[in-house]
Design a binder for this molecule. Structure first.
Ligand code: RIB
Ligand code: CA
Length: 317
């Protein structure tokens, strides 16, 4: 039986890589794409999600989600990383497809209740939609199969402050609510995603497959790869979001540790994910009665990249 997934996304170039990878994976049934602000506005994210559906020739509904964080003042969009349009400023034509009338949050709630124990939520942006769904329907916590999210940094620096990763600081209050909910959660953060680099050469090989999807991904990733060359001094880009799809397809690619997670919601370390390994008790409050979640700390990068390249270059439609 296929694994039912909902991808919550702020496309975004690495989101696009993840979404195409998911569309090209016969093991997965993508129930829908729900969109959220982050790399771009939620309107642009929704347009980009529609473009990815059209490009891939799949019948997957797209839902517009939350436009702003639950309580912090909105952060600027990451247009310096993904371009103003979220696709590297390639002036991709507007998609013909239309958004669903239903909003993202009610879609998530509806699907998790319709398929209890079967739906894996894969958040690839700020966690606002997921937190709103939990708020409106606390019962989904025991109905979700698993939450596999891209975000956070445990034992490595952040990428937007010395301690904070972009998706988490995008909505730290939502992130703390999601990380402390009583559902099975896997955090795929910078500890692993910053160690998996998709090189220029690999991107050229992928483009060489000459599929519509890969020609698009090559065009859209040039700006993103240039950002990494200029800021991090590498020739390639970090494979953040596709790592979540890879985890759902083959968790053995990762080594995880169990423990409790909290997120700092204000001050100079806002957006920091704090991990308490195991069940150790602490003198200070805030760590009692928290669920044990999984944090990915190691990854077989070569196997992940091989899976990514294979999936991207083998469209199903
Ligand atoms: O920190 C990387 C994450 O933030 C990725 O999901 C990227 O797409 C941005 O959303
Ligand atoms: Ca993303």
């Amino acid at each position: 039986m296929k694994t039912k997934i909902i991808i919550d996304t702020d496309p975004g170039v690495d989101d696009a890589l993840a979404i195409v990878m998911a569309f090209n994976s016969p093991e997965l049934e993508v129930l829908g794409l729900t969109t959220v602000f982050g790399n771009v506005s939620v309107e642009q994210a929704a347009t980009n999600a529609l473009s990815l559906v059209e490009l891939s020739g799949v019948d997957v509904p797209v839902y517009k989600g939350e436009a702003v964080p639950v309580s912090r003042t909105p952060a600027p969009y990451a247009d310096f990383v993904h371009g103003d349009d979220g696709f590297g400023n390639i002036n991709w034509p507007a998609p013909k497809g239309k958004l669903q009338d239903q909003d993202a949050v009610s879609f998530i709630i509806e699907q998790v209740r319709k398929y209890p124990g079967e739906v894996t939520l894969i958040p690839l942006g700020p966690l606002t939609n997921i937190a709103r769904a939990l708020e409106q329907a606390p019962d989904i916590a025991e109905k979700v199969k698993e939450v596999v999210l891209m975000g956070g940094a445990t034992y490595v620096p952040g990428n937007v402050t010395p301690v904070a990763e972009a998706n988490i600081i995008g909505d730290p209050h939502a992130a703390d609510k999601v990380m402390t909910a009583k559902w099975p959660l896997v955090m795929i953060g910078l500890d692993v995603t910053s160690k998996v680099l998709l090189t220029h050469e690999a991107m050229d090989r992928i483009a060489g497959s000459n599929t519509e999807q890969c020609k698009f991904l090559k065009k859209a990733s040039d700006f993103y790869i240039e950002f990494y060359r200029q800021t991090v001094g590498i020739s390639g880009c970090m494979v953040h979001d596709p790592s979540c799809i890879a985890y759902v397809l083959d968790p053995s690619l990762f080594k995880t540790q169990s423990g409790r997670l909290r997120v700092v919601t204000e001050g100079i370390t806002m957006g920091q994910t704090t991990f308490a390994p195991g069940t150790r008790k602490y003198a200070y409050p805030g760590w009692e009665d928290l669920p044990m979640q999984k944090v990915c700390l190691e990854v077989d990068g070569d196997r992940l990249l091989a899976m990514l390249e294979k999936r991207l270059t083998t469209p199903l439609h």
